[in-house]
Design a protein around this ligand. Sequence first.
Ligand SMILES: [Zn+2]
Length: 276
Amino acid sequence: MDGALAPVLLTVGALVALAWPLAGPLHRRWRRARLARQPFPHAWRTILRRRVPLLRRLPADLRLQLHALVQRFVAEVPVIGCAGQEIDDEVRVVIAAQACLLLLNRGGGFEGLREVLVYPGAFAVQHVRTGPDGVQHDERRALAGESHGRGALVLSWQDVLDGAADPSDGHNVVIHEFAHRLDQDHGPANGAPWLGPRRGYAQWSRVLGAEYAALRARVEAGVEGLIPAYGAIDAAEFYAVVSELYFERPIELRAAHPALYAQLRQAYRTDPAAWQ
Ligand SMILES: [Zn+2]
């Protein structure tokens, strides 16, 4: 390197190195501002009307907000087809719209989400589980959805469609898996989404802990109730399962579990019981 040029090049290099970390967020902000000026595509509106009847309940202001979130999701999150699944706007928009219900009034996005993988139907996974005797068991199960701590979220397209088709049955695989994603966005899944910088988690753990214990006791006693037995697996599953009920059967959830509903309303900053 030329001796006289070296300091100049080093200075330029240092400036580039300093500016580089800023380039990503700035570019993203510019791209989001450009997106915000684009109208919501008419074809997407038709897809949502046909495939996601839950959205008919949304008040006009929240529907507008959801449309903007869907545009951002589709622009920023890679959706990848697996095992021959074709990816088109219908797949992207139906997944995005249900996922973004969880973001309404919250701001931000699914920070740790890297990609969404979509299979045509239930997909097989192999898990290694260590039993109480210390023996490792290989488990092969068919799943409708899965959210990995590393940032990939996996969905079965058939289950996505089935979950969206009946907006009042309390089963929605997209809401379930994206609730896990919110839970995983700030550390290992423990049954709580990000509740805001000033909000304490004490009340959340007290209320959800008591509801979870009550569900476990009910399941052990073999008594049926509104919250499915699947929620008794652990705190993370409990939070994902009650999130499905919160958006799909809010009036029944509020009536049967008012304290739980109030915690979810604070976390999600929406009130689906008032949308009916
Ligand atoms: Zn789950």
